[in-house]
Design a protein around this ligand. Sequence first.
Ligand code: ZN
Ligand code: ZN
Length: 72
Amino acid sequence: MNCYVCHQKGDTTPAVAICVLCGMALCSDHLIREELPVWKDVHAGMGASRRKLPEAMPRIVCAACHSALHQD
Ligand SMILES: [Zn+2]
Ligand SMILES: [Zn+2]
């Protein structure tokens, strides 16, 4: 599979990743790697609180999905 963004520009670049949201194939120039924090619910006595775990979860998205995710 070739990079969809490059394909739209008339280039043929082998894809190295897939956007997890829209499924677009992406080359290394067009992928965006995000780190999502992982939360764990901790039940202590009566209340519950959330604790951020040290390891973030990586995911690969395309530029279009990245801007859609980060709009206000
Ligand atoms: Zn590309
Ligand atoms: Zn996408």
